[in-house]
Write a protein that binds this ligand. Structure first.
Ligand SMILES: Nc1nc2c(ncn2[C@@H]2O[C@H](COP(=O)(O)OP(=O)(O)O)[C@@H](O)[C@H]2O)c(=O)[nH]1
Ligand SMILES: [Mg+2]
Length: 222
């Protein structure tokens, strides 16, 4: 009986994810789900992306167990932001499609081109839940070590793009970018990989181009 109920909940969540994906595509909104360990640079990447692409209108859903700190950073940029805190509801370490649907129903999506979800910081739970994004993105900073794609493979399997962040720190670390890329490809041979630094801007244009190109291929009317 319990198993039956669990299956029903998961099926409902998956159906909701499909609905979100279809609805946002119809409305011309490209939806990206950013997943990573805490502190890999997700918020900083979103901030710089918003600043570098003034021609696009962004909306952000921030997922955190506690605080509205990241939402406050977004609000400073004038970006419409919706905060989901899981702390009061048991402190879940991921977001789920029905919560995203609720957030979207309370947001004004008119004229929005790109929606970012900044998922809750960890490389485990968020990967298990389809939240209806058109693209899952892993952000992996160079300080996390070469072995993380092998240790946390699911996040890399369900994502289409890895942003290797904080490349400005490479000269200070004993990490091989080449081996890190090899490990990502060992888990997901089709993964797109863009190394970048949101601090210096190195590689950032490659990410902006990727974002624009994928938005255009998702929404053919552009
Ligand atoms: N050196 C360096 N530090 C960065 C870079 N991007 C972010 N940081 C720093 O990393 C810390 C965590 O960044 P944040 O964007 O809050 O990470 P999040 O937890 O994934 O959202 C902050 O102190 C940032 O200033 C980068 O490209 N290079
Ligand atoms: Mg953040």
């Amino acid at each position: 009986m319990e198993i039956k109920v669990m299956k029903k909940i998961l099926e409902a969540s998956e159906r909701k994810a499909e609905e979100i994906r279809a609805e946002l595509k119809k409305r011309g909104v490209f939806f990206l789900n950013l997943m990573s360990s805490p502190g890999s640079g997700k918020t900083t990447i979103i901030e710089r992306t918003v600043e570098e692409l003034p021609g696009l209108k962004f909306a952000v859903i921030e997922g955190d167990i506690q605080t509205t700190l990241d939402a406050q950073r977004m609000a400073k940029l004038g970006v419409q932001t919706y905060q989901i805190n899981t702390g009061p509801f048991g402190g879940d370490c991921h977001l789920e499609a029905p919560w995203i649907a609720t957030a979207l129903s309370e947001m004004d999506l008119n004229g929005i081109n790109v929606l970012f979800v900044e998922n809750i910081g960890n490389l485990v739970c968020p990967a298990e839940f389809d939240i209806g994004a058109h693209l899952n993105v892993v952000v992996l900073s160079v300080t996390e070590g070469e072995d993380k794609p092998l240790k946390y493979p699911l996040a890399f399997r369900v994502s289409g793009l890895t942003l290797i962040s904080k490349t400005d720190l490479l000269p200070h670390l004993d990490i091989s970018l080449e081996r890190l890329v090899q490990n990502i490809r060992a888990v997901n041979p089709k993964m797109e990989i863009i190394p970048l630094s949101a601090k210096t801007g190195e590689g950032f244009q490659n990410w902006l181009n990727f974002l624009q190109n994928n938005r255009k291929s998702l929404i053919p009317s552009l």
